[in-house]
Design a protein around this ligand. Structure first.
Ligand SMILES: Nc1ncnc2c1ncn2[C@@H]1O[C@H](COP(=O)(O)OP(=O)(O)OP(=O)(O)O)[C@@H](O)[C@H]1O
Ligand SMILES: Nc1ccn([C@H]2C[C@H](O)[C@@H](COP(=O)(O)O)O2)c(=O)n1
Length: 229
């Protein structure tokens, strides 16, 4: 398919703001490729857990990840995530991986390795939507359009609860605590912390439904291309 947008769109923001669902839908609407960099850090975490390494032991994590073969697809309509040839697309969303992924992703050697891979995947696409935490600030500082997605913490916890089919108030509260823990870890690490790029457009999705956010991203993408010199 010939994309009706050419260039790179970065979509960064805290957990549960809607990055994955919005990025995937926007990529489909624009005829662009889609890269979920969080899935790459999650795949690296699977390698660490399977090796029996401690996710908090940076040296051990770096050794395991250097030897792991991590593959992700860039088609918006299919999810491909493999570690050493094994399909881990479902496993990376589980609680064990979610608990450990922030520690693994804070290790500089892991970031260097995955950022190189992310840039190579992006270079192979005419048009791509890339989502993560440091895409606009570190991975693609010259992207065509940078978006930083936010939403109120309560809205994020409710969305995650709905996604997981959880209605018990105590469990929803526990989800909110976990989201806060991950935000805190991701935004306070020394290497490539979560923060908006200086030239990012901030989109607050608290009062918008998913389609409303996708409409906004597509509209921004079309005006970014129209505004090129
Ligand atoms: N604007 C929205 N309104 C309501 N629900 C939404 C909205 N955007 C996304 N969602 C839903 O919220 C849930 C979390 O979204 P998603 O997984 O895309 O977030 P994320 O930012 O990628 O999270 P993470 O960083 O933890 O992977 C999903 O069930 C998604 O369908
Ligand atoms: N570019 C990225 C993408 C993700 N991470 C880390 C931080 C997250 O807690 C974790 C999982 O991401 P998610 O699947 O929830 O989007 O991976 C990062 O550091 N940099």
């Amino acid at each position: 398919m010939t994309p009706d947008f050419r260039g790179q769109i970065t979509l960064d923001g805290p957990s549960g703001t809607g990055k994955s669902s919005v990025a995937r839908a926007a990529a489909t609407r624009l005829g662009a490729a889609y890269l979920d960099t969080g899935a790459m850090y999650r795949a690296a975490t699977v390698a660490v857990l399977d090796a029996g390494a401690d996710p908090e032991d940076a040296a051990a994590v770096a050794t395991v990840v250097a030897a792991a073969r991590i593959e992700v697809g860039t088609a918006a309509d299919t999810e491909v995530v493999r570690v050493d040839g094994v399909d881990v697309a479902v496993r990376i969303r589980g609680a064990e991986v979610t608990r450990a992924v922030s520690a693994v992703s804070a290790v500089p050697a892991v970031r260097r390795r995955l950022v190189d891979q992310q840039r190579a995947l992006v270079a192979a696409a005419d048009a791509v939507v890339v989502e993560g935490r440091d895409i606009g600030t570190v991975v693609l500082p010259d992207a065509t359009l940078k978006i930083y997605l936010t939403a109120a913490p309560e809205a994020r916890a409710q969305r995650r609860a709905a996604q997981l089919g959880i209605s018990d108030p105590a469990e929803v509260a526990a989800l909110a605590v976990d989201l806060r823990r991950r935000d805190q870890y991701d935004s306070s690490r020394a290497d490539s912390p979560l923060r908006p790029a200086a030239d990012a457009v901030i989109v607050d999705s608290t009062e918008l439904d998913r389609e409303g956010v996708v409409d906004r991203v597509v509209e921004l993408a079309r005006s970014a291309v129209g505004a090129r010199p």
